[in-house]
Design a protein around this ligand. Structure first.
Ligand SMILES: Cc1ncc(COP(=O)(O)O)c(C=O)c1O
Length: 357
């Protein structure tokens, strides 16, 4: 087929590699001619949402002929009282990545610098390039963000700092007090984004930025999501917590009705069922300890995970191990030449991974 050229995309878009999601189990089955593959590649929860959420979703499907509340006022109220903030200090978006993209749209002009430790979540360089910003990547030390290097990388053109804590794909986290030390060193016109997609899986002793940092730092934005612990990944709903001025700016860039009605309803029901959600989180954390111990017993280096996945820094053997695991029906996420990221799942699925490895 002759490909017709229609229009000229912006150079930033034309040179952008497409986002590469984790491979579906069905795709691996097709590629390798196998059956019964399992997906441990996207840090999802293995179970559907808790029963109360499933029930209210079933009852609410018939309402989707109507646009939902663009401002998600009821959910914001519920969220705010849940996290102990004022409704003006929270907003919701189309997944936490949706809000992250709004932050880039709001704060990054062409040529502005965006600082983040690297390796980290793949969308950070994508959003930087889309905004025609300039990436300033600081190295990890022992698979964990080096916050001194981040502070040292801040310059007059820096607009955003993005920190995934816990980090994806290494799973490591810095104590919140250390992030506070970084904030002390950063000029207050630089926005610091703390991406806490895996917050619920962290050791609470590491601190909570909502209580420990937000009251002091008006340039801090905390992102969290209903995709991971709450099991609502496909509904696309995340939230941000920050000073009211920052939330107001963010709200200007939300595409109309980007937070769908079912997502709003499910998020509220999920907050109501938070104890049940956390029971599931505890199951995953217990499995995480078991998997890490088994791996370390076998001599693997495993950085201390604070999220629902483990990082195996396999270096040059990454591609081979990833491929063999996939042939054995265990789909993990490879980072060629660096390592594989493996989602912690049910005991059965974790055993499949350990056996295949
Ligand atoms: C660090 C990090 N932030 C954000 C997200 C995406 O979350 P959401 O589904 O809320 O867009 C992910 C998902 O993999 C992630 O690893």
């Amino acid at each position: 087929m002759v490909r017709q050229v229609i229009g000229q995309p912006r150079q930033a878009v034309e040179t952008l590699p497409a986002y590469r999601p984790g491979k579906a189990a069905s795709q691996a089955e097709e590629e390798h001619g196998i059956t019964g593959a399992i997906k441990l590649a996207s840090n999802e929860t293995p179970w559907g949402p808790v029963p109360a959420v499933t029930a209210i979703l079933a009852q609410s499907v018939s309402t989707i002929n109507r646009y939902a509340d663009h401002r998600a006022a009821a959910l914001r109220e519920r969220l705010a009282s849940w996290v102990g903030l004022a409704p003006e200090q929270v907003t919701v978006g189309c997944g936490s990545v949706g809000i992250l993209q709004q932050l880039f749209l709001s704060y990054v002009d062409p040529g502005d610098e965006v600082v983040y430790p690297w390796r980290s979540f793949e969308v950070y360089p994508v959003f930087t390039q889309l905004a025609s910003g300039v990436e300033v990547a600081t190295p990890l030390v022992d698979h964990i963000a080096d916050l001194d290097a981040v502070a040292a990388a801040v310059a007059s053109k820096t607009k955003l700092i993005v920190l995934a804590n816990p980090n994806n794909p290494t799973g490591t986290a810095r104590p919140i007090s250390e992030i506070g030390n970084l904030l002390q060193q950063v000029p207050n016109d630089v926005i610091v984004v703390l991406d806490e997609a895996y917050h619920e899986f962290m050791n609470p002793a590491l601190g909570d930025p909502v209580t420990d940092l937000l009251p002091q730092f008006a340039n801090l934005v905390i992102l969290r999501t209903f995709s991971k612990a709450q099991g609502l990944a496909a509904l696309r709903i995340g939230y941000a917590m920050a000073a009211p001025e920052l939330i107001e700016t963010l709200d200007k860039t939300l595409p109309p009705f980007a937070v769908n009605g079912l997502a709003q309803i499910a998020a509220m029901a999920s907050i109501d069922a938070h104890d049940q959600v956390m029971e599931r989180v505890e199951l995953i954390k217990a499995e995480r300890s078991r998997v890490v111990a088994a791996l370390r017993d076998r001599g693997y280096v495993v950085p201390e995970p604070e999220a629902n996945f483990v990082w195996l820094p396999l270096g040059q053997t990454t591609d081979e191990v990833h491929l063999e695991l996939e042939r054995a029906g265990v789909v993990t996420r490879p980072f060629p030449g660096e390592g594989i990221r493996v989602t912690v799942s049910t005991p059965d699925e974790n055993d499949r991974f350990l056996a295949a490895l």
